[in-house]
Design a protein around this ligand. Sequence first.
Ligand code: ADP
Length: 147
Amino acid sequence: MQTTLILLKPDCITGRKSGEVLKRFEDAGFQIRGCKMFRADASLLQEHYAHIASKPFFPEVEEFMTSSPIIAVALSGDNVIERVRDLLGPTDSTKAAKGTIRGDFGTTVMQNIAHASDSLESAEVELKRFFQPAELFDYSMEIRPGR
Ligand code: ADP
């Protein structure tokens, strides 16, 4: 069982696709363990996007990511890290196949609906960046199939 960090980006929030995206994750059998809405600030984005912070397009990403509140979701399930990346499709929405989340709802390489951790190591770091331990819930024993 793994947990990954999802960020529903401003195009998802303002385009009112959050329910659709979360439905795809839940329909795939994944469980929401934590969820919160907030407005990202520059220092959080510098940290989260350190690997692209020196790219020429970074200021645009920063402007986009602060243009509305975002939603962070901690999502658990078998092999969830890789499977969610598959459900999302590639970074560039224009190259993402129909049926993937980015292919169906994304518009550009930047406005691509959601972030998802790309490895076990980044998931661990990213979950700590966005959630306090008390904000993550383990209720797997309380789930009744079929209800
Ligand atoms: P991913 O989010 O698929 O893991 P990256 O980590 O490479 O992709 O990039 C982080 C985010 O930066 C992307 O999701 C996208 O919003 C934005 N981005 C990546 N490449 C570009 C680009 N060439 N132009 C504009 N924005 C980009």
